[in-house]
Ligand binder design. Structure first.
Ligand SMILES: [Zn+2]
Length: 275
């Protein structure tokens, strides 16, 4: 297994090989970075079938898709069945990014066409002695997925369990919690030897995996209770020690707005009134 970390947002791409296949995960970001991943992949491929795995459809994670045109694409069913409008919006984000920085790529920008998809926990793809076991993980966005690669014991988590980012919640905080709680089940069912996150550093320490899980849960639960208490100072304090505050503050703010909305609609349902 080889990990590549982009200069942008500490985004992690992976190239994983077993005796049966090679799988590229979320190849990103800049043209020379994607090119490096591509060159490495084709150097080691050696006649094995090539797969490309997407942890979710945020644009930074699918940006390198067409640099691997013959790869068989794996993703969640939710990603596969995303609305046309949703797919176009993600492709537009990539094009806007490339326009913003005058980036020229040697490959086309497109939304992945998924060949192998997973709909529920434990769905697996098997080739020879290699097993890819999938666990849908919505919450961060609507089409995330954890993948365990056996027999290597790799857990590919996408944008969860980062040691750099607090939870970025674009879709649903309750689903986010439920997804990260799946870690316990996954650890019970598989001998996980490495947790690979979409941004930041991977870890082979079980205690560190659990710590990241509980930090994320704590962040979400504290955010809810501080919102209900109207305590903006403590809400702001939740990211007091974050790594890149000038950028991360806006994600924190958006989390607050999303959770506030969730709480308002929940309370509105409970007693028939709106906040
Ligand atoms: Zn990401």
């Amino acid at each position: 297994m080889t990990l590549f970390q982009s200069n942008l947002y500490m985004t992690v791409s992976a190239v994983i090989q077993t005796e049966d296949l090679v799988v590229v995960v979320d190849p990103a970001w800049l043209p020379h970075e994607v090119e490096e991943i591509r060159n490495y992949t084709y150097t080691i491929l050696n006649g094995r079938p090539l797969y490309i795995l997407f942890t979710h459809s945020d644009y930074d994670h699918i940006i390198g898709y067409k640099a691997f045109p013959e790869a068989i694409a794996n993703a969640s069913e939710a990603l596969k069945t995303k609305s046309e409008e949703g797919k176009v919006a993600v492709v537009e984000q990539i094009k806007a990014f490339d326009d913003e920085y005058y980036i020229i790529r040697g490959y086309e920008i497109a939304f992945p066409v998924v060949d192998v998809c997973a709909a529920k926990d434990g769905d697996a793809f098997v080739l020879g002695s290699t097993r890819l076991v999938f666990y849908p993980a919505p919450g961060h966005n609507d089409d995330g997925m954890f993948t365990v690669i056996e027999p290597l014991g790799l857990l590919i988590a996408g944008d969860y369990f980062s040691n750099v980012e607090f939870p970025y919640i674009y879709f649903d905080s309750a689903l986010y919690e439920r997804s990260i709680l799946k870690l316990d089940d996954i650890i019970a069912r598989h001998d996980i030897r490495l947790l690979i996150t979409g941004h930041g550093d991977s870890t082979d320490q079980r205690a560190e995996m659990k710590r990241r899980q509980s930090d994320s849960l704590e962040y979400i639960r504290a955010m809810r209770s501080y919102i209900l208490a109207g305590d903006q100072i403590r809400i702001d304090g939740l990211i007091a020690n974050c790594r890149f505050p000038r950028n991360m503050r806006k994600f924190h703010k958006n989390n607050q707005l999303l959770i506030q909305k969730e709480l308002e609609s929940r309370l509105g349902k409970d007693d028939g009134t709106m906040l």
